[in-house]
Design a protein around this ligand. Sequence first.
Ligand SMILES: NC(=O)C1=CN([C@@H]2O[C@H](COP(=O)(O)OP(=O)(O)OC[C@H]3O[C@@H](n4cnc5c(N)ncnc54)[C@H](OP(=O)(O)O)[C@@H]3O)[C@@H](O)[C@H]2O)C=CC1
Ligand SMILES: CC(=O)[C@@H](O)[C@H](O)COP(=O)(O)O
Ligand SMILES: [Mn+2]
Length: 443
Amino acid sequence: MDLSESVTNYQPAETDSENRPQNRSVTNVAVLGTTGSIGTATVDVLQNLNRLDPQSGWRLWAASGHRNVDGLLEIVETLAADPDHGSSPIDRGVTPGCNDSRRIPERLVFSDRQAVSEPSALDRLGRAGLDRSNVRFGPDALVDVARADEVDVLVAAIVGRAGLESTVAAVEAGKRVALANKETLVVAGDLVQKKLAQNGGALLPVDSEHSAIFQCIASSHAKPRKLILTASGGPFRSASKSAMAAATPKDALAHPTWQMGPKISIDSATMMNKALEIIEARWLFDVSSDQIEVVIHPQSIIHSMVEFVDGSVLSQMSPPDMRMPIQYALTYPRRLPCPAPELDFRQPSELTLEPADLDRFPALALGFEVARCGGTAGAVVNAANEVAVELFLDEKIRFDQIVPTARKVLECHTFEPSPTLSRLLELDRWARQETRLCTGNVD
Ligand SMILES: NC(=O)C1=CN([C@@H]2O[C@H](COP(=O)(O)OP(=O)(O)OC[C@H]3O[C@@H](n4cnc5c(N)ncnc54)[C@H](OP(=O)(O)O)[C@@H]3O)[C@@H](O)[C@H]2O)C=CC1
Ligand SMILES: CC(=O)[C@@H](O)[C@H](O)COP(=O)(O)O
Ligand SMILES: [Mn+2]
């Protein structure tokens, strides 16, 4: 089944409500990775939708954090004080506000058990109105949330391979998944696509480039001939190789246009982010690697482009603010006012496009190769990259060692074309160990 078709054929929220338990007009959203950059932007979108969406109500039914206990509790406290959160439009019309218990997420997951061991954290949970029975610990609790009957939409906002199992569980349960966690498709795109076809859910892209492509395809109802991914070029777009070799974590984290978590910020600096996005696009839109191009667009206004068979090219533009693609994945096919700023074409501005430098950014060739190979290649490169990024942030390797290390680990592995999920997870563990070994960082 063509995934782009399954995405565009997805039935909108109006028809969903008939099938929901108790005919709820409130959409229950589970945001995994709530404390992160995408997670907090999603909470802002939900609060805004409750103020503006006359057709439905939105509730953060489940939230998760890993280490940032205070951050998660602050989010719970903010929502508990928001009279619109969790209420349906009927509640808002008849009795403004909703009962307090619905403002508080029904499930709170701390995926790192150790993070909540202090008594002060447990006290604060109680003061926020959380019943201890609603709080779960450990990675298995993420999977339970992703499958829960009450969940209408899962926002997959955990960073890295750690987001894989919960995203797969939601796909298996036939949920609408708003996918920020691109690593899921990098590691297991083929398997996820097959599970999606079997279970009838929907995978809606949150990643800005893929949301842009999806918006172009959805509005033209035609199959694309080519996908043109835009890349900002990151903080080292014009840097020399020697400057990149000497780059510190602080230099590399300073993304010119986007505010993002540390791992994706380093990926943008090496352009491994674009490599991961090439692989993500290959699986999400069921195109071959030959149908994908990358072009540098430093302003991050054109989020990507699609070329059709007649040579027409469509692009999607908006300011660099993730709340727009997040909201579209939640409300598709409806468009609603969004808290993100607007473009102002009355101000002088420049939108430029330039070719990518494959020599200074070897990640791009690696991305195309992995997208072409499929099989076990994505899991291995992803794991090696995740470890190499951590090592760079800990100042154990240089910036310019990240991508060559990922390639080296890929070349050390024996390719398998049709791995199972458990085999991919085994290779993920192997590649992490191999990365530490080949960089001399074994504990
Ligand atoms: N930020 C952006 O603008 C964009 C991000 N994306 C993708 O979205 C995903 C999230 O990115 P971003 O929000 O920037 O990342 P952040 O680092 O800001 O947030 C990561 C989230 O994942 C949680 N987390 C970290 N490790 C684990 C783990 N082992 N198990 C469970 N949860 C964990 C963190 O919890 P805690 O903080 O509590 O430890 C946090 O909630 C990534 O896959 C990224 O590539 C895609 C496009 C744009
Ligand atoms: C916001 C988003 O989608 C990021 O993936 C962004 O694309 C990163 O910017 P780069 O283009 O520099 O990788
Ligand atoms: Mn992106």
